[in-house]
Design a protein around this ligand. Structure first.
Ligand SMILES: NC(=O)N[C@@H](CC(=O)O)C(=O)O
Ligand SMILES: [Zn+2]
Length: 425
């Protein structure tokens, strides 16, 4: 059974323009891209009507909350929200309950994603048992079960020797270490960054060094062990500086940044509303500028959402008591498109690369490219119509976003995974 997507606009990296192309999908793969309007015969046809057709978006940092916190999100709702946001592949974090630290839990996620998931799910496994930082998990068995990398995301690995041992072991298995960088001794009970908002509200702040000190430690450990070391949700100027330096001397480090850290600073926080609380926190305008420069010069490789759904009841506990995290799937592309492409700062191609081919390169995935032979994972995006963000209309169980009411362009309207429609308006 073949499927044609006709009249789509595809970004052409040679001419740096959109070009009308017709795409044939066969056996879950992209079979052909052609500028000539084809004779589609008996094939199924989707008319893109001039919408952007991109390789499916890839999100390498998400929380699906399944198993254990299904009241926040589950694999079914989370993957559908991802599909609605234009994502076709997502990598989920192991801070579940139980923590994803055994082959059984990895297999549970893979099986449920296969049965009920709208998009491709790649599970990470924990570095340490229960993410407690005391004892390494069984990396070889977790890899065998299907884990794609190791991380204690949600918390930093506090002990340097533990991290070094983890890196050496991961390296021996050809696996990456993905690090949530946070030194607990420098944080102690703060909810927002150490800056203007904290001062004005008499709050304790999370200092930039609590993140950067782990980045600095870990690039040295990565150099010593040779592992592929990936830094999660970079938020500070100091981290960008350290990653830039590490790349300059040839250390195998990659990094990610979230839309909220590229768009919002602590000075934008309107009140003690916990929809503005996430970890790492919104930093100063100077840090925002530094992470933008970091992605522009290649220091930071990819954009991820850090989709972190929580219940309304949990977020209603207020800035100090609510859990950290905001939802990301259903706003990420429109936010990035409106703020960076519509304003002329970036080309559309630059943004698409950071959400498709670059994550594929960093993590060795076969998707992320619109070319014959690639998996038929595609996203159709309406670049014209403006819409307002309405959290209550999210497919995700998590409505916790600071972007409610924002008027944005660049809305995904149809998502295809392995040649099958995973989401359509
Ligand atoms: N980012 C967050 O604010 N929260 C994440 C944990 C994490 O990604 O560190 C969560 O699991 O809720
Ligand atoms: Zn994290």
């Amino acid at each position: 059974m073949s499927l044609w997507i006709v009249n789509g606009k595809v970004w052409d990296n040679e001419t740096k323009e959109l070009q009308t192309l017709h795409i044939r999908i066969e056996n879950k793969q992209i079979a052909e891209l052609t500028a000539e309007l084809p004779d589609t015969g008996s094939a199924e046809v989707i008319d893109a009507q001039g919408k952007l057709v991109s390789a499916g978006l890839i999100d390498m940092h998400v929380h699906l909350r399944d198993p254990g916190f299904e009241y926040k999100e589950d694999i079914e709702t989370g993957t559908l929200a991802a599909a609605k946001g234009g994502f076709t592949t997502i990598a989920c974090m192991p801070n579940t309950r139980p923590v994803t630290d055994t082959p059984d839990t990895v297999k549970y996620i893979l099986n449920k994603a296969k049965d009920k998931g709208a998009v491709k799910v790649l599970p990470y496994a924990a570095i340490t048992k229960n993410e407690l930082g005391r004892e390494l998990t069984d990396f070889a068995a977790l890899k065998e079960a299907g884990a794609i990398g190791f991380t204690d995301d949600g918390v930093g690995v506090q002990n340097a020797q533990m991290m070094k041992d983890a890196m050496a072991l991961a390296h021996s298995l050809g696996m990456p270490i993905i690090a949530h960088c946070e030194d607990d001794s420098l944080v102690v009970g703060a909810a927002v960054t150490d800056g203007k908002f904290a001062r004005e509200n008499g709050l304790k702040g999370i200092p930039n060094e609590s993140e950067a000190i782990h980045v600095g430690r870990d690039v040295l450990l990565a150099e010593a062990t040779g592992v592929h070391y990936h830094v999660c949700h970079v938020s500070t100027e100091q981290s960008v500086r350290l990653i830039r330096l590490a790349k300059q001397v040839g250390i195998q480090v990659t990094a990610e940044v979230c839309p909220h850290h590229l768009i919002l600073s602590d000075e934008d926080i309107p009140s003690l509303d916990a929809n503005w609380k996430m970890n790492p926190p919104l930093r100063s305008p100077r840090d925002v500028q530094a992470v933008i420069e970091g992605i522009e010069d290649g220091t930071i490789d990819i954009i991820v959402t850090d989709h972190a759904p929580h219940s309304a009841e949990e977020k209603a506990r207020g800035m100090l008591l609510a859990p950290f995290g905001i939802t990301g799937f259903e706003t990420a592309f429109p936010l990035m498109y409106t703020k960076f492409v519509k304003t002329g700062k970036w080309s559309l191609g630059f943004l698409l690369e950071r959400m498709t081919s670059e994550p594929a390169r960093v993590f060795g995935l076969s998707s992320g490219r619109l070319e014959a032979g690639a998996p038929a994972d595609l996203t159709l995006i309406d670049l014209v119509n403006e819409r307002e963000v309405d959290p209550q209309s999210f497919v995700s169980k998590g409505k916790n976003t600071p972007f409610g009411g924002w008027k944005l362009q660049g809305w995904p309207v149809l998502t295809i995974v392995d040649g099958t429609v995973a989401w359509s308006e």
